[in-house]
Write a protein that binds this ligand. Sequence first.
Ligand SMILES: [Zn+2]
Length: 245
Amino acid sequence: MTPSSPPSRLGAVLSVTFLLLASRVLADDAIDTTNYHSTRDLFSGFQELAAKGCQLQLLAHCAGESEDCIPSVRLFSSARPAKHRALLLFGEHARELITTETALQLASLLCFPAEEDPELASAVRRLRASAELLLFPAVNLQGRLRVERNGDYCLRVNKNGVDLNRNWAEHFAPPSSSADEAQVNPGSSPFSEPETRVLRDTAHEFRPDVFVSVHSGSLGMFTPPAFSAEVRGRSLRVVFLFFVL
Ligand SMILES: [Zn+2]
């Protein structure tokens, strides 16, 4: 499969699938949207960018039941393979609503950079000419919907009570029975959750040069493997962000 092919073999990767999913899953009104988009409005925002002429596709990646589908946004895909490919995750933790806002803002900036900032506009044009981006704005879609509908604003885990950020094969630790650790429950085994399986398989097929997982609540930018400053005997630096989400 070439890099410009659809990014997942798990189920249909079609915008129409996403729309069907959205109409079923996002039927309810959500949180007070004074400061945040509801999930429904968030994806409407992406659709509006496409309607205005941005080269953007809304896709759905499914693992098994349709409820396990998670949406993605593909930017600047073309027939020829892109020189650079970036995979970006947002909303892995349900309560981190601001990260999904970041995804929409990023897409908006890349689609329609402010021309009053010619340097930025020029950089965006160069990026669009050579790169393809695949964004997952709401990795933990079911968890996010629980936050919206139930006001469960501290929820971190997915619908199965698993912390998706602990459900990868790297640095996997067996689950603890401690109630204190319920919000960091790694699941029964690596990739036990549909969300991480979708992301794993998508990454294998999309083969990104750049991978970024966006979180909130900590003013840090961590280099791999993130859980430790040591890897293969080398010391990695933790770079603190100079902006605040
Ligand atoms: Zn997080």
